[in-house]
Design a protein. Structure first.
Length: 294
């Protein structure tokens, strides 16, 4: 693997062919491969996924690639944090074996013209507000799965719709990857960990807790027997709306299909939200009837 290098205890690979070779070699030795796809700017949420991969696999790979295909023309691709040296140090400390950190040209060489699209579950919510976003996500994840091959992949459920889209893609295409959805990792005050939290100043960080308060309000009502989607959405909006500059969506949906309920919610329902403070867009969710209240 001529393109590989070693940083601390981590082998860093930049070329797709070298990643494929590393995974093939590991499986030939009887090792189980685990992969954690990320865009870098790692925090404890990502590292919890690494820990889960370590529990389930012998060779742990973290991919770090800020994927241009999943950013719209007016989104934050150019300012998205890129912290590779710090990321590598954290990976080394957490026992990661391989980091795959390709350049854009390695993933999308000249003439690249293929797109993987998942219909249905990708279309509402983020699909409305970020057209093409999930096509970019599924295209890069399909490429990564093709390179890694038979493996276990760990994804955070904070990006709940993404988790469901990738699950559908993996099933539909019979990809040899076992998917694990990891619970959302939160700060002590309940705010979901996100690479974009670093954009918030102290005042904005406090306002961001409106999402947590909204999830708690809906969860309390759901636990008390409320099943009317509009009522649960109103309770969450009463906490989130006054604290955020705008809300892209706040919706109670079926936890598998993300479709609206036809009437009352069932024993499980996911409350999903995307809202903005200044230039920062935060997303969060809670599966009511299943997950603990943040």
């Amino acid at each position: 693997m001529a393109d590989a290098e070693v940083r601390g205890d981590v082998r860093v690979i930049h070329e797709p062919a070298d990643l494929r070779a590393a995974c093939r070699e590991a499986r030939a030795r009887g090792l189980r491969v685990g992969v954690v796809p990320t865009m870098g700017a790692l925090h404890e949420g990502h590292l919890a996924l690494v820990d889960e991969a370590r529990r389930r696999a012998d060779l742990v790979i973290v991919t770090i690639f800020v994927n241009p295909l999943q950013f719209g023309p007016n989104e934050d691709f150019s300012r998205y944090p890129r912290t590779l040296p710090e990321d590598l140090a954290q990976c080394s400390a957490r026992g990661v074996d391989v980091v795959f950190a390709p350049e854009r040209a390695a993933m999308y060489p000249e003439g690249f013209s293929s797109t993987v699209r998942v219909a249905g579950v990708s279309e509402p919510l983020e699909g409305v507000h970020r057209p093409g976003h999930f096509d970019g996500v599924t295209t890069v994840v399909a490429k990564l799965f093709g390179l890694v091959g038979e493996s276990t992949a760990i994804f955070g459920r904070k990006d709940y719709q993404q988790w469901k889209v990738i699950t559908r893609m993996t099933r539909d295409l019979d990809l040899p990857v076992d998917l694990v959805g990891h619970r959302t990792i939160r700060e002590p005050d309940g705010l979901a960990l996100s690479s974009r939290n670093r954009y918030l100043d102290a005042s904005e960080r406090q306002r961001a807790l409106g999402i947590v308060l909204g999830l708690r309000a809906a969860a309390a009502a759901f636990g008390a027997g409320e099943r009317d989607p509009s009522a649960l959405e109103r309770l969450a909006h009463a906490e989130i709306g006054p604290r955020f500059d705008s809300i892209d969506y706040l919706a109670l949906r079926h936890p598998e299909t993300l479709a609206p309920f036809d009437g009352q919610a069932r024993d499980r329902a996911v409350l999903v939200v995307a809202a903005r403070i200044g230039k920062t867009r935060l997303i969060d969710n809670l599966v009511l009837g299943e997950e603990p209240v943040p």
